[in-house]
Design a protein around this ligand. Sequence first.
Ligand code: DX5
Ligand code: ZN
Length: 301
Amino acid sequence: MRRAMAAPDRGPRALSVCLLPAALRARFGVPQLRGTLDDRADVEHRDRRLQPLPRQHAPGGLVLAEPAAAETIEATLRLLREPRIAPSILSADFARLGEQVAEVMAVGARVIHVDVMDGHFVPPITFGALIVDALADQVHGAGGILDVHLMIERPERYVADIARAGADSITIHVEATPHVHYTLQAIRESGCAAGAAICPATPAAVLDEIAQELLDLALCMSVNPGWGGQTFIPWSLDKLSRMRRALPEHVALEVDGGVHNGTARSCVDAGANLLVTGSAVFGSADPAAAYNSIASAAGIG
Ligand code: DX5
Ligand code: ZN
């Protein structure tokens, strides 16, 4: 009986400005409402207010590239695709960081691996854009690149900062964001090569949907991320060969964790071309000699 009765009139009341049509808002001088995309962009993407669209040359239908950026990215991609040892500064002596990087670059290192950790995705906290910025001129001046491995939650929030600091390639973990596709796009838009890393328990097939269009580099973790000096997980070799077979030829394959004289060659044989080495190089009393020894054990250069 109650349900059949109409609700009583509530009488006149204030109308939310959200409900006023734009023409009325303009007439009464109601200020522009803030859009929800901006609210989210501030929180999630910091200074990225709107997702930029690729610039088009309308008559030709061509995407215009920035000439300078295109040159740099080509050089980066060349280095990433070559067989190389990539020393990780995680195990370096931070009081002599520049000196230690110079030592390995003097004997041929050109890809310097930078491990950024946030205390959330992995327990330790390391460093971020400040260290990338501190090394950028030295590494670029010596013909090298900074290969930044982000072990951080929601890496999309830091892509612009890390790129501005001087990174050449940025690798994110697929386990760290629901927006892998978007984040890889943002990395490329920032002028860097785009990489995706997978933890030991993550199936390689997770990269299938993005590999052809969005990936420049795939990183196979051969230890659980977070610490240097761990033991190489032997089953990673099988994963590396499966990844190499599945990935398009242009995508570089990097292996990270537990790579040293005893494991380097089998990683190359399994299809990896970029071998991250932290403790085996910078944990040694002579990083340059250690670099040479691992490179020759791996049959590289
Ligand atoms: C670990 C880092 C690695 C680390 C590797 O989570 O991603 O890059 O530096 O260290 P080693 O070579 O000592 O295993
Ligand atoms: Zn790493």
